[in-house]
Design a protein around this ligand. Structure first.
Ligand code: SAM
Length: 209
């Protein structure tokens, strides 16, 4: 058995959630922060780190982005690929699917106009992960990070993500050197889609060198 968020656990979780297409997760719309924050971006190349069943990857590809989707769950990626093919050849051809472990996988340096990492459970250091993903953003490009916080900062009560390690505002900001990054958003927001919980939301732009 794994530790709850390792590859085998995710395979089991995705197999269960995507088995017959009726589970709410399978029908989940693309992330609202992405929709808001990417609306003003000209489509280019994007990395979706921890892409899951691909709602955000598909949304980006449908808007003309070339997307690299990375996840270590073959089941999630298989589902996402099939959904992309249903969306149409043009969008599907704009996506590269990579089955890899984000504990070690690194993007090519300064490769993507947009890097997103939404709700990834982090096995190692959050700051190291953020630095590694951020290194993949081109000068002028955008980094969008969202993590579900384990504790509500207002009430101090545990959230549904209690005990989990995900990206936090403090750790993300600490990882982004001010000489290279302009932080546009760094805040905790109530999870409106879920109706409970708190999200850390960070949007940053890599300064042109
Ligand atoms: C909570 S889901 C989020 C999926 C999607 N980003 C979203 O916002 O709905 C976390 C995803 O990260 C993947 N994941 C977790 N740890 C990973 C790792 N070390 N390497 C690659 N993928 C990982 C899981 O398989 C899962 O698809």
């Amino acid at each position: 058995m794994g530790d709850g968020f390792d590859r085998d656990s995710w395979e089991r979780r995705w197999s269960e959630a995507l088995r017959d297409g009726t589970h709410a997760v399978a029908r989940r719309p693309p992330n609202a922060y992405l929709l808001a924050e990417a609306a003003d971006l000209r489509p280019g190349s994007a990395l979706d780190a921890g892409a899951g069943h691909g709602a955000e990857t598909l949304w980006l590809a449908a808007r003309g982005w070339r997307v690299t989707a990375v996840d270590f769950s073959a089941t999630a990626l298989g589902h996402a690929r099939a959904s992309a093919e249903r969306l149409g050849t043009k969008a599907a051809e704009r996506i590269d699917w990579i089955e890899a472990d984000l504990v070690t996988w690194a993007p090519p340096p300064e490769r993507y106009d947009l890097v997103i990492c939404l709700y990834l459970h982090v096995a190692g250091s959050v700051e190291e992960l953020v630095r590694r993903l951020a290194a993949g953003v081109v000068p002028g490009g955008t980094l969008l990070l969202v993590g579900h916080r384990p504790v509500d900062p207002v009430t101090g009560a545990p959230t549904p993500a209690a005990g989990q390690i995900q990206i936090s505002v403090e750790q993300a900001v600490a990882a982004l050197h001010p000489a290279r990054w302009e932080i546009l958003i760094a805040e905790e927001r109530p999870r409106q889609a879920a109706g409970t919980g708190v999200d850390a939301v960070v949007r940053a732009t890599a300064r042109a060198t």
